[in-house]
Design a protein around this ligand. Sequence first.
Ligand SMILES: *Cc1c(COP(=O)(O)O)cnc(C)c1O
Length: 376
Amino acid sequence: MENKFIPVCEPMLAGNELKYVTDCVSTGWISSAGKYVDEFEKLFAVYCEAKYSVAVSNGTVAIHLALKALEIGSGDEVIIPSFTMIASAAAVCYTGAMPVFVDVDKDTWNIDPTQLESKITAKTKAIMVVSVFGNPCDMDSVYAIAKKNNLKVIEDAAESHGALYKGKKVGSLADITTFSFFANKNLTTGEGGMVLTDDIELYKKVKYYKNLCFSLDAPRNYIHEDVGFNYRISNIHAAIGLAQTEKADDYKAMRIKNGKLYESLLENVPGVVFQKVNEGDEKVYWMNAIVIIEENFGKTRDELVQHLKQNQIDTRVLFVGMHQQPGLLKYGCKPSGDFNNTEFLTKNGFYLPSASSLTEAEITHICSIIKNFQTQ
Ligand SMILES: *Cc1c(COP(=O)(O)O)cnc(C)c1O
């Protein structure tokens, strides 16, 4: 075991993936027409307890479509957390609107609702929340502010397939929710995404913009009332997605089991801090992120990451805040206030290996290397 390389994340394709993909190839249904797109959309909506679903080519364009459906564009502002993956912000820029950043809570690492109101202006149209690493956001607090200020709520749930907020599935909480099925996500199609909503009008707009604004009622008339996008997913990718969704509860259970094992093995190590989950919620452990408090751990995050690397254990540092992204500053973002919690996570946090397929022996091995290094 000592010499075996442990990657930070690899997909698990343990169900009907190959069978369904083979069916696509052998029948010739390899483009975006085909039964797997419909079946994947239906099953994933059922899994997330949402009414309507549209499968798309990736999680980034899913967010773009959600924003388009809400008619967000040039001159508008969308509030997003500063601690997220770049796609949340980039998708806002695609519409011509301006992303406005709010720092995250120091314990949950999700958008801090107490800082939201100070960022709302006459131009604000929506709040985008991101359930970071599969940890549900405090939606009641976000909605209270959204309602009071007449704002829409979008959830970028790219990291939280199957997570529960107060017993309800992420995917049915916001006005519109998006998912990613990139290879390292809890459910994957290789590349893929999904938009979910309970609002039929938003659903129709997402379908319309996804497919170049072909008329939904008369697609063969070749008249396009708006400028749309080709964000279609292929039947092959959807075939993998259907097989993954069939086993969604199994994959979720594996991530949770692994995440909880890390927590229990490292809970007494001084200076190792985990993300906090609000009472009554269920996190689905996309990535097992930890933060190293140098004065208690005795070594820096970078020293630990280096030590793990020497032991064939792959890791990744956490996101750099949106307020520090050169591309977003060039676009015109003008971050205001402080982002201390985001900067703290960027400087001191990293992911441990997180694949669903990790074994108990591998996790135990990784944790003992961390513990031994701390006491060295
Ligand atoms: C992965 C991810 C995305 C982007 O998804 P892609 O499918 O890679 O385009 C968006 N937001 C968050 C928070 C993500 O983690």
